[in-house]
Design a protein around this ligand. Structure first.
Ligand code: ZN
Length: 435
């Protein structure tokens, strides 16, 4: 199985991508870019990076009815946009940090921590409409065209499918997702996305006052000395200011005065309240979970475990909380206590890389090698990490599969040559090749 290096991949696709101009679908103006990204490339990039971005944001929030509801609202807005043909998808991700993000091509996510602060469907529509605005105006493509992300994007586009999931392609898609999640938009881009979002809301039949309500809520958050989670989340990716709020109000006043107190434009408060019932019920337990994570980060491991326990008692069947508890026990070297929580987390939701990793690690420690390989491969397929890659390499060695172990160690060493696992992998390669 051939695995190409990043340099080779860029060289091989260099021919396919012609630098020049692209027409912006929203403004109709020509855009000068070093590389032009076609609509189908834009969609392909977004669709490959999105699952990895979702994993990095805690996975999908487990509430299928809520997921469908949010997707329905988003699709309604996408259909009235300048780019109705894009394959839009909308997910609620299980992250407490209030945030929302859009990847090129129409893959959009909103965090549990932002959604739980909202009061009606029009407010939700204003956030999703704003994110759709970043997509239709190609702000998310422009973000990708900056600097090193473009190289990674080209590698993803040029890579042929059929490689192992933990090969170069998956690694690049993960790196692209991480880079795009770090992006913050400019003030001009924010203004344009705000206006586009309001346009879509009105065309889809929502009361644009929902957008004003949300901006006022953001303003109160900012004025009250924003909490770290807001500063690290929405206010970083989508810079907020009093001026921005004023611009939204003026724009609605100017263009959409006829929507004021007009029953044709809805807030849909009841539908929203009912769709988000479970989300709101989970909040106290997730507050405890966030506190536990904070304690764990600051090295207070036993207090962290006690707090995870409280969260798991308040909300017993929540996979992310069980994963946090299990991983904290693993950090404390208490495998016996970690096992049941990680087993239950995987049983409830096999689609989150961290719980599959933790369970695989336990299987390996307890010498169930085949089970370990299964879980670690699943984890790597969901979200390749150098940590899981290195541990999986060890599991292959225990199975006597030298070829696969070497292949994986090489991928880890190449992905992170200076890191802890990259260096450990390089050492194992040396030892295996000397045999
Ligand atoms: Zn924005």
């Amino acid at each position: 199985m051939a695995r190409l290096s990043l340099g080779l991949l860029i060289a091989s696709v260099g021919m396919l991508v012609v630098s020049g101009c692209a027409v912006n679908p929203v403004t109709g103006r020509q855009e000068l870019a070093l590389f032009s990204v076609s609509a189908s490339q834009e969609i392909s990039l977004g669709q490959q990076a999105f699952p990895k971005a979702v994993q990095q944001m805690g996975g999908e929030f487990r509430d299928p009815a809520l997921q469908q509801y949010v997707d329905r609202v988003g699709q309604r807005l996408g259909q009235v946009s300048q780019r109705p043909e894009l394959p839009y998808q909308f997910k609620v991700v299980n992250d407490s940090t209030p945030n929302a993000f859009a990847l090129p091509g129409g893959s959009i996510a909103i965090t549990r921590g932002l959604l739980v602060n909202m009061e009606n469907e029009a407010q939700l529509a204003s956030v999703l409409g704003h994110e759709i605005g970043h997509v239709t105006a190609r702000h998310s493509v422009q973000a990708m065209q900056r600097g090193t992300l473009m190289g990674i994007g080209l590698a993803v586009l040029g890579a042929t499918t059929g490689q192992a999931a933990y090969g170069a392609l998956a690694q690049q898609a993960g790196a692209l997702a991480a880079g795009l999640l770090e992006n913050s938009y400019s003030r001009d881009q924010e203004r344009q996305a705000d206006q586009l979002g309001i346009d879509y809301m009105v065309q889809a039949g929502y009361d644009p006052q929902g957008g004003v309500q949300l901006q006022e809520f953001f303003f109160r958050k900012m004025e009250g000395g924003a909490e770290p989670m807001w500063l690290a989340g929405l206010f970083r990716t989508h810079p907020f200011s009093k001026e921005r709020m004023g611009n939204v109000e003026a724009y609605i006043q100017q263009r959409y005065a006829h929507t004021r107190n007009n029953p044709r434009y809805v807030m849909n408060t009841d539908a929203f309240r009912s769709a988000t019932t479970r989300l709101r019920q989970t909040k106290p337990a997730y507050d405890l979970y966030d506190k536990a994570r904070e304690l764990e980060r600051s090295g207070q491991l036993s207090q962290a475990i006690a707090t995870y326990q409280q969260a798991a008692t308040a909300l017993p069947d929540e996979p992310l909380i069980l994963t946090g508890l299990g991983m904290a026990y693993l950090r404390a070297d208490n495998v016996a206590s970690a096992r049941p929580h990680l087993q239950r987390a995987v049983q409830l939701d096999g689609g989150y890389f961290q719980s599959r990793f933790g369970l695989g690690f336990i299987h390996l420690k307890e010498n169930r090698v085949a089970d370990a390989v299964r879980e670690l491969e699943a984890s790597m397929e969901l979200m390749p990490t150098t940590q899981a890659g290195y541990i999986l390499g060890g599991a292959y060695e225990k199975q006597g599969n030298r070829t696969k172990a070497l292949e994986l160690y090489k991928a880890v060493a190449e992905a992170d040559p200076r890191g802890q696992y990259g260096q450990a992998a390089a050492k194992r390669i040396g030892e295996l090749e000397r045999r």
